[in-house]
Design a protein around this ligand. Structure first.
Ligand code: NAD
Length: 372
C-alpha cells in the first residue's frame, strides 16, 4: 500500500500530516511512503529527513500516482486524488459540504479526523485534542505578546508590578491548557464553563472557578461530553456574572465551541468597554463565528483600548509540534487497524462509521444526513 503525504495548499497552513518519524513507522508496517517535495518545510522537516527515514520525495503528481492512502492536514482538491484512495485529513464537512460531495463523486473514501469519537481507545487518535492543547498554550503567549504589562507579580527596587488577571472562558482541552500556561507565567487565573464537571478541573489547576449557580438548565453537558446550547435564563445569569468579573480582568481567553453550530457569543461590546485600556482578549473560536463581539478572523483589532486577537489556525503557529502530534494521531489511527494480510487498514464499525464521510461514490456519514 502506497501512502502519499501532501504539501498543504491552504494559505497560512504550515503543518504537515506526516513527520520523518511517522513515515518510518508506516514503512515498518510494510507501507511505501511518498512525500510531496517541500511538504514538511514550513514545519521544519526537511525532504532529506524523510528520505533518510526511507520515504521517497517527489512532485505532487508522482506522489499521488497509485496511492491507496492520502494523508493531509486540510482537505486537498478532490480532482487530485486517485479513485478509490482513502483520504485522512481535517475536512470541516459542516462548513465545506461541496468538498465532501466532490470526494464522493471522485470515488474517494474521505475520513474526517475531527469526527474521531471521544472514547478511551481513540484518545491517541484525537486530533481535536492534540491541536486544541497547543492552541490553548499559544493563546496565552499571544496574549502576553500583545499585553503591555507583565504576567507575574514582580517586586523590584523600582516598585512592585502586580500580577495579570487572566480569565479563561470555555474549559475544554484548550481552556485547561490556557489555565495551566497562564498559571506558569505567574498570572492570577479564573475560568468558567457551562459544564459543571469542569469546576473541579479548574480548581485543581489552582485557578478560581466562576460559575452560575441555582439556575434551571444549569447542567450544560450535551452529547459525547460536549457542551449543549443553554437556556435563555442561564445565558442571562451567565452574562450578568461574567460582566461583573470581566471588568476586573486584564486578559480574557475564550475557547467556547458547540459542535456543529456557531460558537456561542460570550463577550459583548459593552463588556469590552468595561475593561481597562491595554487589556487583551484572545478569541480562539473566531473562525467558528467568534465568542467575542467585534473579533475579526485573521486580525488583531482594537476596541475601547482593548486588543482583540483573532488569529486563524492557531495550531499552525506552532507548526513543528502541531505536525508531530497530528502525525502521531494519524499513525495511531491507521496502525491500530492495519491488517498485515490485506496490507492496509480495515476500520472497525465504531470508529470507521464515525469518521467516514464518503465511500463508493456516496456521502455515508450519519452526521451529514439531511435530517440531522
Ligand atoms: P470544545 O472545543 O467543544 O469546547 C470548548 C469548551 O467550551 C467546552 O468545555 C465547552 O463546555 C465550553 N462551552 C461551550 N459553550 C459555552 C458557554 N456558553 N459558556 C462557557 N463555556 C462554553 O471542547 P473540547 O475541548 O473538545 O472538550 C469537550 C469535552 O470532551 C471535555 O470534557 C474534554 O475533556 C472531553 N474530551 C474527551 C476525550 C476522550 O475521552 N477521548 C478527548 C478529548 C476531550
Amino acid at each position: 500500500m502506497k501512502i502519499a503525504v501532501l504539501k498543504e495548499g491552504a494559505s497560512g497552513e504550515r503543518r504537515v500530516a506526516a513527520t520523518p518519524e511517522t513515515a518510518k513507522k508506516f514503512i515498518a508496517l510494510g507501507a511505501e511512503v511518498a512525500v510531496e517535495a517541500g511538504a514538511g518545510g514550513a514545519a521544519s522537516f526537511a525532504d532529506a529527513d524523510y528520505q533518510a527515514a526511507g520515504a521517497t520525495v517527489a512532485d505532487r503528481a508522482a506522489t499521488l500516482a497509485g496511492a491507496g492512502i492520502v494523508l493531509a492536514v486540510q482537505g486537498p482538491d478532490a480532482a487530485d486524488l486517485p479513485r478509490g484512495a482513502m483520504l485522512a485529513a481535517i475536512l470541516n464537512p459542516f462548513s465545506d459540504r461541496a468538498r465532501v460531495d466532490a470526494y464522493a463523486a471522485a470515488g474517494v473514501e474521505a475520513l474526517a479526523m475531527e469526527f474521531m469519537p471521544r472514547i478511551t481507545r481513540a484518545q491517541s487518535m484525537d486530533v481535536l485534542s492534540s491541536q486544541s492543547n497547543l492552541s490553548g498554550y499559544k493563546a496565552v503567549l499571544d496574549a502576553a505578546a500583545e499585553y503591555g504589562r507583565a504576567f507575574p507579580m514582580m517586586m523590584t527596587a523600582a516598585g512592585t508590578v502586580s500580577a495579570a488577571r487572566v480569565f479563561v472562558m470555555g474549559v475544554g482541552v484548550a481552556g485547561l491548557q490556557a489555565i495551566a500556561t497562564a498559571r506558569r507565567l505567574g498570572a492570577q487565573v479564573s475560568a468558567t464553563d457551562v459544564r459543571s464537571a469542569t469546576k473541579e478541573q479548574i480548581q485543581s489547576l489552582g485557578a478560581k472557578a466562576i460559575f452560575v449557580e441555582d439556575v434551571k438548565g444549569i447542567e450544560g453537558e450535551g452529547a459525547g461530553g460536549y457542551a449543549g446550547e443553554m437556556s435563555a435564563e442561564y445565558q442571562a445569569a451567565q452574562a450578568e456574572l461574567v460582566s461583573a468579573h470581566i471588568a476586573k480582568q486584564d486578559i480574557v481567553i475564550t475557547t467556547a465551541l458547540i459542535p456543529g453550530r456557531a460558537a456561542p457569543r460570550l463577550v459583548s461590546d459593552a463588556q469590552i468597554a468595561s475593561m481597562r485600556p491595554g487589556s487583551v482578549i484572545v478569541d480562539l473560536a473566531v473562525e467558528q463565528g467568534g465568542n467575542v463581539e467585534g473579533a475579526v478572523a485573521g486580525e488583531v483589532v482594537e476596541r475601547h483600548g482593548v486588543r482583540i486577537v483573532g488569529h486563524r489556525n492557531v495550531p499552525s503557529r506552532l507548526a513543528a509540534d502541531a505536525s508531530a502530534l497530528y502525525s502521531r494521531n494519524l499513525y495511531n489511527f491507521l496502525s491500530t487497524f492495519w491488517d498485515k494480510d490485506a496490507g492496509r487498514p480495515l476500520l472497525d464499525e465504531e470508529i470507521g462509521d464515525a469518521v467516514r464521510l464518503t465511500k463508493d461514490g456516496a456521502v455515508v456519514n450519519a452526521r451529514l444526513a439531511p435530517e440531522t
